[in-house]
Ligand binder design. Structure first.
Ligand SMILES: Cc1cc2nc3c(=O)[nH]c(=O)nc-3n(C[C@H](O)[C@H](O)[C@H](O)COP(=O)(O)OP(=O)(O)OC[C@H]3O[C@@H](n4cnc5c(N)ncnc54)[C@H](O)[C@@H]3O)c2cc1C
Ligand code: FES
Length: 282
């Protein structure tokens, strides 16, 4: 065999990872804590909040999933996975100690350096809390680098709120403003509001130097960006994590192409201006 070819790493070759723990978050969403099996790979695996991995279960295929843990807390990787179809269902059938394949990290992630010294306004809806949770913990672990931090989070109902206990703990932080709203349901359990996530904008002040990080269901981007622009957040300071169907994750197959961009490489985080110039992005 050609020795030099043997040394070229196959970019499609996943790393083996072991599931350490699985937690039910909502009736259809689970948090998977996983550990890369190879200690060297584990040590070398670095990522940015907002990046994703291609996760595979032997025999069922590979899917893109955002990393929900923060690079400031190395060791275990966390993925928050909603069961919607074939691959996510096979992931939900796994148990701790089972193995999965992981490729990545891929994508650009949120511009954390650019956010330094500014107010950060995070807006999440549903399972969109997964990637921004990584950003939230990154900011908390580097708290002196950022100004005022606010999270606006919307879920369909009380049982759909991801990480309710964590949100309650985070709410105790004096330097973190967290507002949670439910589309419907009982709000007596914790001071949740009822209404759409866009309605929370009436409760907050938005300073001039604010950078926004948004991850909401596709239909909500239009309405959230409208609120942000009304609050005078500049288009280039609005960063949105957008989803497209993906296969390779590395800019080869072309299935995530939008206009001149590849969602897997140029995204999944796009500024409002970038997204406006791309067909059907928001
Ligand atoms: C960058 C990125 C990050 C993601 N992060 C997360 C995450 O953190 N947690 C999470 O639960 N999901 C996340 N997703 C969505 C996840 O990849 C899809 O839910 C998954 O691929 C569905 O696979 P499946 O085989 O279970 O469903 P399938 O059997 O393939 O399809 C089931 C249904 O889901 C739809 N669907 C499939 N893939 C996508 C997609 N990429 N976007 C929108 N609809 C899709 C199909 O059209 C179909 O209606 C992310 C997607 C991207 C592109
Ligand atoms: S997923 Fe293949 S090019 Fe983006």
């Amino acid at each position: 065999m050609n020795q030099s070819l043997a040394k070229v790493q196959n970019p499609y070759q996943p790393s083996r990872a072991k599931i350490v723990d699985i937690r039910d978050l909502t009736p259809d969403t689970r948090l998977f804590q996983v550990m890369l099996i190879d200690p060297k790979e584990r040590e070398q695996f670095t990522y940015r909040p907002g990046q994703f991995c291609q996760i595979s279960v032997m025999g069922t295929g590979e899917i893109p999933i955002s990393i929900s843990s923060s690079p400031t807390r190395p060791g275990l990787l966390e993925f928050c996975i909603r069961k919607v179809g074939r691959s996510t269902s096979s992931l939900h059938r796994l148990v701790p100690t089972d193995e999965i394949g992981i490729r990545g990290p891929y994508g650009n992630g949120f511009p954390v350096e650019y956010m330094q010294g500014k107010d950060v306004l995070i807006i999440a809806g549903g399972v969109g809390l997964a990637p921004v949770r990584s950003l939230l913990y990154y900011i908390l672990d580097n708290r002196d680098q950022f100004n005022q931090v606010t999270l606006l989070y919307g879920a369909r109902s009380l049982q759909d709120v991801l990480f309710p206990a964590e949100l309650q703990t985070l709410e105790q932080h004096r330097d973190l403003n967290i507002l949670v709203t439910l589309d419907r349901g009982d709000t007596s359990v914790w001071p949740y509001r009822v209404g759409l996530v866009t309605e929370l904008f009436s409760e907050i002040e938005v300073a001039k130097n604010t950078v926004a990080a948004v991850c909401v269901p596709p239909v909500a981007y239009k309405f959230v960006t409208k609120e942000l622009l009304a609050k005078k957040v500049a288009g280039e300071d609005i960063f949105m994590s957008l989803e497209r169907k993906m296969h390779c994750g590395i800019g080869k197959c072309g299935c995530c192409a939008v206009g001149s961009k590849y969602c897997c490489q140029d995204g999944p985080v796009f500024s409002y201006w970038d997204a406006l110039n791309l067909p059907d992005m928001i």
